[in-house]
Design a protein. Structure first.
Length: 389
């Protein structure tokens, strides 16, 4: 029985920073950021947004059009959770109006956890075909002011409804995965910024892609000619190029050209949003499906999921008839165009305003009169949110 993605939606906060402004402020060549690393703008998170608000705001794009009672499980993937104990899934379940008779849990393994959620959802629906699973992958990529990772920051969430009515794409039974203990990227419990050995992390990513691609081909008796296009976890868009370049010589020049063109489509939105950790691969998928006019139903899309530390998975989707309409509902380009561009001074102020002390009854800058879910501050050391029902 085919199981896969019925709905997919994206949300990113309303502020952005131009990478040319960042390069100029940090004494770097703008071309290093825009060409060498491949980022044009990044989303900046105001202090009234977090992984809960972004995840809820993504899922709100389709939750009112579906039968909420059919959702039996909510899997919330993040590595920038809001509490050391309580799961973001429970906040999200409440704000999305899901029934109490549901399982809801938060999953963590760097940028990889969204893919574990997707695979668990697929297996669950296979056994319970009348039920659906909501997967939310939501993160804030935060490396700190004046760090080499700063150009690879970003934020956002992707929500996916997994069911036996896969209107976007079927998740194929061809996955391969692996784990290697690597000290390439981590975030100590007392730190709100990630620590990273950037060049080592890039090497680990490339190595794991190559190892899994070798296994994928062998175990599924498939070749690169069988893959119409790729989506990648994209900490920065050049990373995906570095991975794909390793295997392009396996096909003809024409096929290499076609895969490169599709990669540009799969990089497009990520180039304008930045890293969103768990959601990054699925934004790349959205970007590919939204920007391409040459993909069609039945095409096989290869996806590479990577989370530092490190864990990776390589699998494929088969596109369903009508996937374009399902994806276009998101109007991602218009969401990105409507973001407010910040100056460097404004960006640094917004960045530093994220530091709250839960012992103080602090309020965030959440504006009134919005239908979006917002974090409004601390009360009795508990996070308080607002959402228009
Ligand atoms: P860096 O040291 O600032 O940059 O770090 P660089 O010196 O390596 O230069 C970057 C590229 O720009 C190079 O190209 C230069 O040649 C080029 P490459 O050799 O790589 O092809 N360049 C120029 N190009 C054009 N014009 C110029 C110019 N100057 C230089 N004038 C790095 C860059 C990405 C490593 C850094 O930003 C960083 O540490 N980022 C964070 C870590 C990261 O994103 N790692 C990716 C893999 S790990 C991963 O994906 C997991 C992750 O998402 C976390 C998780 O799983 O939770 C991060």
């Amino acid at each position: 029985m085919p199981v896969g993605i019925e709905e997919i939606a994206f949300y990113t906060p309303k502020f952005s920073l131009d990478m040319v402004d960042l390069a100029n402020a940090r004494g770097e060549e703008p071309d290093k950021y825009t060409i060498g690393i491949g980022q044009t703008t990044q989303s900046v998170v105001p202090n009234y947004e977090d992984v809960v608000t972004m995840g809820v705001n993504a899922a709100k794009n389709f939750i009112e059009q579906i039968d909420r009672k059919s959702i039996e499980m909510l899997l919330f993937a993040t590595e920038s959770g809001v509490d050391n104990s309580k799961s973001g899934a429970i906040f999200a379940k409440n704000f999305l109006g899901l029934k109490d008779g549901i399982r809801a849990i938060e999953l963590k393994q760097a940028c990889y956890a969204g893919t574990l959620a997707l695979m668990q959802a697929k297996d669950f629906v296979r056994i319970h075909p009348d039920k659906k699973v909501l997967v939310i992958a939501s993160d804030v990529a935060r490396y700190g002011l004046n760090t080499p990772g700063e150009v690879t920051q970003g934020a956002g969430a992707v929500a996916m409804l997994i069911s036996a009515d896969p209107k976007v794409a079927v998740i194929n039974d061809d996955t391969v995965y692996m784990v290697k203990d690597e000290p390439d990227f981590w975030r100590p419990l007392d730190s709100d910024i990630a620590l990273v050995d950037g060049h080592q992390s890039t090497d680990v990513y490339k190595e794991m892609f190559l190892a899994l691609w070798g296994r994928y081909k062998q175990e599924n008796t498939l070749s690169l000619d069988d893959i119409a296009a790729w989506g990648f976890h994209m900490p920065y868009t050049k990373m995906a190029k570095k991975a794909l370049d390793q295997i392009l010589p396996e096909v003809s020049n024409d096929q290499q050209e076609a895969l490169r063109e599709h990669l540009a489509e799969a990089q497009f939105y990520n180039r304008h949003v930045g890293n969103l950790y768990t959601g990054s691969l699925y934004l790349s998928l959205l970007s590919l499906l939204d920007r391409s006019d040459s993909l069609s139903a039945g095409d096989r899309i290869g996806l590479f999921s990577f989370g530092s530390g490190a864990e990776a998975e390589l699998f494929s989707l088969t596109l369903s008839a009508g996937f374009q309409e399902q994806v276009a509902k998101n109007r991602i380009q218009s969401m990105l165009d409507q973001r407010q561009k910040l100056s460097m001074a404004e960006y640094e102020a917004v960045f530093l305003s994220q530091h709250f002390d839960s012992k103080n009854e602090e309020k965030t800058d959440a504006p009134e009169h919005t239908r979006l879910c917002q974090f409004i501050g601390w009360q009795d050391r508990y996070r308080k949110y607002r959402i228009a029902k």
